[in-house]
Write a protein of this length. Sequence first.
Length: 410
Amino acid sequence: MARDTFDPVRSLAASKHTFGEHGGVNLSIEASTTFTVMAASTMPELFAGRRTADRDGCYLYARHFNPTVYHLGRELAALEGTESGYCCASGMAAISAAIMQLCDHGDHVVASRAIYGGSHALFTDFLPAKAGVTTTYASITDLAAVEAAFTPRTRVLFTETLSNPTLEVADLAALAAIAHRHGAALVVDNTFCPVMITPAIHGADVVVHSLTKFINGASDLVAGAILGRADFIGRLMDLHTGALMLLGPTMDPRAAFEVSMRLPHLALRIAEHSRRALVLATRLDEIGARVTYPGLPRHPQHAVMKRQLNPGQGFGGLLTLDLGDRDRAYRFMDLLQNHHRFGFLAVSLGYAETLMSASASSTSSELSDDALAAAGIGPGLVRMSIGITGDLEDRWAQLLDALRAVGAVA
Ligand SMILES: *Cc1c(COP(=O)(O)O)cnc(C)c1O
């Protein structure tokens, strides 16, 4: 997909223009787990893959392909500029299935050292023990270190577009070039940057999402997606060797319908999360708070971020504030939630309200102390997913008041 011709907003809108079964403006929920064939001789053709859901509209069984789940996969593929896609039960299901599909026993992964705690645990603890797949971590902004970590068995280079929680920006085109030079696939977790950045147009082979976050936006369901080339998505559903088919982290069609209903306002939400986060981050920076936000010109990868951004979406809804030590971070968050009602002390992100947590003692607590230090996740680091509710000036006053109360700014 050529960069200058791809627009995720237009692409998604085009895929959205479908009719429900009875001509409804919304798609219908296909709740069946099994599907009839009109002739007995069709059944073996389905099992042999000679008739397929995408080509012939033939469905077999809902763990294989369900029409509503498949429809959401096509919408997300349109959003991400990939040929195909399928959805699954969670972001972790998407990541683990994609990696298990690409790696055999004895293969190797190079991963960014600053990734979601669950992904870190998957690579560090689960995959070596259960599948004989090992991982070497590198700083994703140090391209020489990334390339040096490759071995002849490296099959995957794994990164987040914007790292959780340190907000380092991956240079996707440069990383794709390194991966492809070594015959490996670039797998990108784009959970923090839907609509904002389209990894596939920068060379990513596989894009994974936790739909639980911005894409769904309501913090009311857990879901994931894998987007990529049609042959790869087909391999995930292979009856003999498909990771999604056989590990079975199936998405319920009702959940697929819910997520699909939130896609039309995804770009509006992201733009507003971004607008507010930029205002707050800029003011925090001006008063000397230790804020990290990719939209600030002094962010080390600000230029890389700008170069990769699609127009109109801003720099995203996440910022971090380093309060120095854990106790101060805790007092700061307690005040913001319980006194100011600024937001919620909760993990996750992409909700309408602001969500905040101290990463080292929550979503990154799977990392060892050394790994936390290497990733730059200090004990006082507070990650904030800036919400879109309330008056922005009130929010700023609340934030400033809490910072002053804990002595973080004068
Ligand atoms: C939350 C998250 C995941 C895991 O997603 P689930 O839907 O909770 O399984 C993976 N990657 C990132 C960047 C996340 O924020």
